[in-house]
Design a protein around this ligand. Structure first.
Ligand code: SF4
Length: 372
């Protein structure tokens, strides 16, 4: 059985995104009711004081309530492990975004692109979020004056060609605000491409309305990166939402985070990535879980990630295989961690181990040389 209250899904307003938002689960009482307990433990109370919780009725309904380790539940229902800070390296700001912020709300970590924090609000709060430090900071949406300063910053650096609008979730903004922000950011004439990071297709697919896709279409070239982590999130509703974006000419790519107890096995990820391929969403990155404070219980080893990638290479096509990357601490940027099939290269011969474990010699691998 899936979902805490199946009858709720037959409500006539179930598909109305505004109804979904106004019925978001976020109170202590709703959490206690879901956990079937008269009151929350002290530990859980401290967790939600530090890291608030919210889940749309739609996303909440994907939980299999009979499974204590349900992967959807692990992503949206708070647990006491969030206050277990025992793993080394955990940091509230694991990617050093603060020190790469030339202006509040603007992060400049890579040469040719900047990231705008459009809001700190999300429709559902992912317990593994690497920006969960911001959830309690109050909602900060850049004003027109802030955007103007960002545009000045971008215009003065001609090598910046892309603006990533992230958050929080920028699709929580009103249509008017989003439209104005996208329009104003384009005033920097060196901006070639906009990219929106949003989990809305996963947690609130009914928000992808005709009006919204028309709005987004007007700001192309615009790419969307979304964030499916488990094949059970690939519902018909989610697939239709992605299709509406694609039909509006907006390419949709996906970031997955490798999460212990959610998707850290080959079968789950193969099913997720082939499912994304089926709905024409590109599996773009598999992120190693960042060392964000409050997410220790989701972290697994890099070796696990490499083993999974190695198996995937042997079992499915390249269009279903994302790049596995570690976002390095202290703003070191993304480091791809692909399994190596090359054992050694010696003179004119390279020796490989295939994904099935066979050793294959490739003679003449030296080729005619090159410029690198
Ligand atoms: S939608 Fe994105 S920003 Fe919001 S909680 Fe989830 S991962 Fe974090």
């Amino acid at each position: 059985m899936t979902g805490p209250a199946p009858e709720i899904k037959s409500r006539p307003d179930w598909n109305n995104w505004k109804w979904q938002v106004s019925n978001t689960q976020s109170t202590r009482a709703q959490l206690a009711s879901f956990l079937n307990t008269p009151s929350l433990t002290d530990g859980l109370s401290r967790v939600i004081e530090k890291y608030p919780w919210a889940a749309t009725p739609y996303y909440f309904s994907l939980i299999d309530t009979h499974d204590a380790q349900d992967p959807i539940k692990r992503q949206c229902v708070p647990c006491e492990h969030e206050l277990d800070f025992s793993l080394p390296g955990s940091d509230p700001d694991p990617l050093a975004e603060k020190s790469h912020s030339p202006y509040p709300g603007l992060i400049h970590r890579y040469q040719d692109r900047v990231l705008v924090i459009a809001t700190s609000r999300c429709f559902s709060y992912c317990r593994h979020c690497n920006r969960k430090r911001n959830w309690n900071a109050g909602n900060t949406v850049p004003t027109s004056a802030d955007i103007k300063k960002m545009v000045q910053y971008i215009s003065a650096r001609r090598h910046i060609r892309e603006v990533i609008i992230s958050g929080g979730d920028p699709l929580t903004l009103s249509a008017e605000m989003l439209d104005r922000m996208l329009h104003d950011l384009r005033k920097a004439d060196n901006v070639e491409v906009l990219r929106l990071g949003t989990r809305v297709p996963v947690v609130l697919p009914m928000r992808i309305t005709k009006e919204l896709t028309t709005l987004l279409k007007a700001h192309r070239p615009l790419w969307i990166n979304t964030h499916f982590n488990h094949p059970r999130e690939l519902t018909d509703d989610a697939a239709s939402a992605c299709d509406r974006l694609l039909c509006a000419g907006i390419p949709v790519s996906n970031h997955t985070v490798l999460l212990k107890g959610v998707n850290d096995d080959v079968d789950t990820l193969r099913s997720l990535f082939t499912g994304l391929n089926r709905i024409m969403v590109r599996p773009y990155y598999l992120f190693h879980c960042d060392a964000a404070k409050g997410t220790d219980h989701f972290r697994t080893s890099i070796e696990t990630g490499v083993r999974i990638m190695q198996k995937l290479w042997g079992e499915t096509g390249g269009l279903c295989i994302p790049r596995y990357v570690v976002d390095l601490p202290a703003g070191g940027g993304k480091a791809p961690v692909m399994p190596s099939f090359l054992l050694h290269s010696d003179g004119n011969t390279a020796v490989f181990r295939t994904s099935e474990g066979r050793i294959v010699k490739y003679r003449g691998a030296l080729g005619a040389g090159g410029n690198v």
